[in-house]
Structures are given as structure tokens and as C-alpha cells.
Design a protein around this ligand. Structure first.
Ligand SMILES: [Zn+2]
Length: 279
């Protein structure tokens, strides 16, 4: 969790030239909008984006680039970046970044516009503005962007080291399972904190991930009626040890540590009572 993602190795110029070329085979639509001027402007915007460094919040939203407005830009994005079968730009970006969601570490299957395409038409098809997110985190984020004056957290540019000191604290309660909360280290950047709380709704994400994991785990254990309480405890420990190889997200490791620590509560409500209900 919180590893800086690798910047796409494709430029907006390559994307535009791909879009233009693809219209030679399918004659529909908007090819006339891709003028020399549009290409020059798109490249200039990309440069502005790269030069913004950490000051993305100072970039101004633009409604059209040349004659390309949000409807046309979204058409390019949906049909040529996401929907194309030839160039596969979206999967190139996903694979290049490791295919992992920038927020929760799950498998990433969507791209998110850091500066949302509904407001910043100039970055609708700019690869560097597209970051990998899982569909759940993408749904949560929608087209939210941080308030002005607050630094926008950007998975390609920001060092996740600023987030260090993450502690996830689950509380298990009867029939509620848990209520996750997290706190960041003292050195955590205050703007990043805002990003994770307001833009990514990190508590909800953690809660939902942990909820799914507990339901999955509980289903396995309810059916393994041959396992005694002690064996269930061993089962959890083995699973947790299997998570330590560095490939699994931090929230999962922390969750298993907690389930082992508060084993009696977990066992009673998630295994014992549910086994009895099944009888
Ligand atoms: Zn995610």
C-alpha cells in the first residue's frame, strides 16, 4: 500500500496520433476535430501538467481545447482509450503501473482522471492524468477533487512516504463486526490526509474491504465444522503468515492481526453463532 506508481510511458502526442490513425479504419465521427492546432495544444497542456510538480491545484480548468469540448473529448476517451481493441492504451497504462489500485492495493481495472474530465477537458486523454484505481475506489472518488489551496494527492508524483505511520484500528463489536479507523503519522502531509478522508473516503474503503474479507473467511470456517476453536485460531495464524510475503496489502495484514488478537469475539460471533444458526 502507498507505493508511488510508475508514470505512463506513453505521451499525449502518441495517444492523439493513435486516435487519428484509428479513424482511417472506422470512418465515424470526430476525426476533423484532430487538427494540427489541437495536437500542439494538447502537448502544451501535458507539458504544463508535468511542470506543475506538486501544484496541480493551481492548474485552471478548461472547457474546450481548440473545438474539442467535453462531449468530444469523452468520446475519444471512451471509444479510443478504454474501448479500443487495437492500441489498448488503457491496459498499457494499467500494466505499466503494476495493475494495482493506487488507493487500496486491490486489483486495478479502471483508470481515474486525477483532474476530472468533467471539469478539465484539456486532460481527458492525457496519460499522465490517468491513474489506476479499482472500480470500487473509482466509484467513491467520482469527479471529486480537493479544495483549492489543498495539494491534490497524485499517485505518480507524490511520495507515499509522507503517509507513513498508518495505523488501522478495527473494533469488533457484536453483530457489527468492526468499525475501522485509521490515523496517519505525525509527519503525514495535512493535504494528503484531506485527500484520503474527503476524496477517497478511506474509512469507507477500508470498512468495505475488511467486511468482504471477514464474510469470506467466516463462510469458510462455518462450513469447516470439524475444526475446533484452537484449530480455527491456527487457521487464522497460518493465513496471516501467508500474507507476510509483501504482496498483500497492509490493511489485510492489520486486519488479521486484530482478528488473532481479539480471537474470542471473532470466534463467538463469526463462527460459533453462525454454525448454530445453520443447524
Ligand atoms: Zn481501490
Amino acid at each position: 500500500m502507498f507505493e508511488r506508481k510508475k508514470i505512463p510511458d506513453i505521451s499525449v502526442e502518441e495517444v492523439v496520433s493513435f486516435i487519428k490513425k484509428s479513424y482511417q479504419t472506422d470512418n465515424i465521427g470526430y476525426v476533423s476535430y484532430i487538427t494540427e492546432n489541437y495536437i500542439i495544444k494538447s502537448v502544451a497542456y501535458e507539458k504544463e501538467y508535468q511542470n506543475a510538480a506538486e501544484r496541480f491545484h493551481e492548474i485552471k480548468a478548461v472547457k474546450t481545447v481548440d473545438r474539442v469540448d467535453s462531449k468530444i473529448a469523452t468520446f475519444f476517451y471512451t471509444n479510443k482509450i478504454i474501448g479500443n481493441k487495437i492500441g489498448n492504451i488503457s491496459s498499457n497504462i494499467l500494466i505499466n503501473s503494476g495493475g494495482i489500485c493506487a488507493v487500496c492495493d486491490s486489483h486495478a481495472d479502471t483508470l481515474d482522471h486525477v483532474l476530472p474530465k468533467s471539469k478539465y477537458v484539456q486532460y481527458t486523454i492525457t496519460p499522465i492524468n490517468l491513474v489506476p484505481l479499482c472500480s470500487r475506489c473509482n466509484r467513491v472518488k467520482k469527479d471529486k477533487v480537493t479544495n483549492q489551496n489543498k495539494i491534490i494527492f497524485h499517485p505518480y508524483f507524490h511520495d507515499y512516504g509522507d503517509m507513513h505511520g498508518l495505523v488501522i484500528d478495527y473494533k469488533i463489536r457484536k453483530n457489527i463486526y468492526f468499525s475501522p479507523s485509521y490515523k496517519l503519522g505525525q509527519n503525514a502531509n495535512i493535504s494528503f490526509k484531506y485527500n484520503f478522508e474527503e476524496v477517497f473516503k478511506f474509512n469507507e474503503v477500508l470498512s468495505s474491504l475488511a467486511g468482504h474479507e471477514i464474510i469470506k473467511l467466516s463462510r469458510i470456517l462455518i462450513n469447516k465444522t470439524e475444526l475446533s476453536k484452537k484449530q480455527v485460531q491456527e487457521f487464522l495464524k497460518t493465513r496471516k503468515d501467508g500474507l507476510m510475503d509483501g504482496l498483500d496489502p497492509q490493511w489485510k495484514i492489520l486486519l488479521y492481526e486484530l482478528l488473532i488478537k481479539e480471537f474470542d469475539v471473532f470466534y463467538e460471533y463469526e463462527v460459533l453463532i453462525k454454525r448454530q444458526e445453520l443447524k
